[in-house]
Each structure stands twice: as C-alpha cells, then as structure tokens.
Design a protein around this ligand. Structure first.
Ligand SMILES: [Mn+2]
Length: 274
C-alpha cells in the first residue's frame, strides 16, 4: 500500500465546476453543494460560478466566483445575441417552432463559458476537471478510485456520456493535461462568439460539444472516453456508473428532488433507488 503510494503512478488531482442563477441555487444548487461536501473525496475542489446569488456554504473545498465579473465572454455573447430569436429557442430553419431548448443558445451558453474559463483557470493545478450540472445530488460516498476510473487519460481529451443522439452533458470530464485542451476551449467559445452556432442543426451546449469532439476525433486530433452507450436513449446519466453515486434531476424531477423509477433501464441496488 505504502510502496504503491511511493512508486506507483501519481494520483490524479480532480476539480469540479458548475454554475447556477439565484432561482437555481434555491431549487437545487444549495442541495447539490451540500451533498458534494458530504460525499465527495476530501481533496476534490468544487468551483462555482454563481449568477446574482450569494452562496451561503463555506468550506475550504468550495471556491465561489461571481459569474458576471468572471466571464466577460459570456457577457459579450449575451450582448451580441441576446435579442436574436434564433439564439433564444427559435429554429433558424423555421421547422422546430419557438421556445425550443434545441435552439436556446442563450440559455445554455452559461455552461459553455463557465467550463472554458474553468479549464483555463485550473489547467496547471489539476489533471481532470469535471463539469457537473448543478441539478444533481450526490447520494452515496463517491470514492476517489471511481473518479480516477472515469477520468480521460493520455490521448483522451474528454470522457463523456455518449448515447444515440447528442451526449448527456450533465457530466463531462476534461483531461487538463491534453495538449489540445486549449484548442478545444478556443473552438467551443468561438462556435458561439462567431455566430457559427446558427449554422448547426441545434445550438444547445451538448450539441455544439458533440459537433466539436466528433470533428476532433475524425481529424485524429484527440481521442475520447465513452461513459455511455451509442445505442442508449433517454436518461443515460443515472443508468451509467454515475447513478450509483449521483442523481440528475432533469426537467420536472427538480420538484420531486429525485428521478423516477421509470427512468432506470433496470433496477439499481443502491439505497437511494429503493
Ligand atoms: Mn441538468
């Protein structure tokens, strides 16, 4: 045990990042942070970009940043596209109607600019940065070895929950030591800032992420680690290894504080799910 600590591979250093606004903090963010502090390994840091809300928890593992002061590119994007209906839920091709999340770049770009800023900020001190949606609850102690196992390694730039269509980006692990990570950051930001998102079939963060990583994979710029399944549809997060430790309260599950039994592909043994 001690010898492997001395002579074995250096343990990975992990950080986590999330964001929420005032209502999000009250509805799920507060609980998400509390459950993180209770159940995650003691040396994992949580970075939070908080929009117009004071986070009440205090902990050495919790770093809270004020969103608008920290993310000038997010403000720039909102200023430029805030009044554009095609960045606010309207299908630029006129087929998908209005108020559809698929074309709501303004709503989901918070995640994009928070994660790109966090990658840049944490790149020198950590090995893996995990994007974790704030509408998640950690229900069971999350062991460090599982976090290590989930992490992208070597040529893998990211580890994500793939499924039949665009991935589930409630959890995305980034390999901060990958040589192409600064380029990924640049591409993710520029897809939005340049207006190129308007040319894609959909423009929420998960679709744009998918577009970039598939392109990088095709061009042999990077490899990826698949945490989901290409044949899976629906609620892949809680049906993956992550469901043993976390729940993801998608949509109206936020009101129940828990996902539904019918969200599970097959029954899970953990106490949370019984
Ligand atoms: Mn979510």
């Amino acid at each position: 045990m001690f010898l492997s600590r001395i002579w074995g591979p250096k343990p990975l250093r992990h950080a986590v990042v999330t964001t929420f606004h005032r209502n999000g903090y009250e509805a799920y963010g507060r609980r998400s942070i509390e459950s993180f502090l209770r159940h995650w390994p003691k040396d994992v840091t949580l970075f939070v970009y908080a929009e117009n809300v004071e986070v009440e928890q205090r902990d050495p593992r919790l770093v809270v940043m004020e969103q608008t002061a920290s993310l000038p590119k997010l403000l720039q994007f909102r200023k430029e596209f805030g009044g554009n209906p095609f960045a606010n839920g309207t299908d630029p091709r006129g087929k998908g109607g209005e108020n559809n999340f698929r074309w709501d770049a303004i709503r989901f770009c918070n995640k994009v600019f928070a994660v790109t800023d966090a990658i840049t900020r944490t790149r020198n001190q950590y090995d893996q940065l995990v994007w974790l949606d704030a509408d998640t609850v950690t229900h069971t102690d999350f062991p460090l070895y599982v976090l290590d196992k989930l992490a992208p390694r070597n040529a893998q730039l990211s580890a994500y929950l793939n499924r039949k269509s665009y991935p589930e980006c409630g959890w995305v692990g980034y390999n901060l030591k990958h040589p192409k990570i600064p380029e990924f950051v640049e591409r993710f930001e520029q897809m939005y800032l340049s207006g190129k998102f308007l040319e894609l079939k959909e423009s929420h963060d998960s679709f744009v992420f998918w577009h970039i990583v598939k392109d990088m994979e095709r061009n042999n710029e990077a490899q990826f680690k698949y945490l989901g399944s290409d044949s899976a549809t629906g609620h892949i997060f809680i049906n993956s290894i992550l469901g043993g430790y976390l729940d993801h309260l998608k949509g109206d599950r936020k009101e129940d504080g828990k996902s539904r039994q019918s969200d599970l592909y097959s029954s899970r043994k953990e106490k949370w799910w019984r």
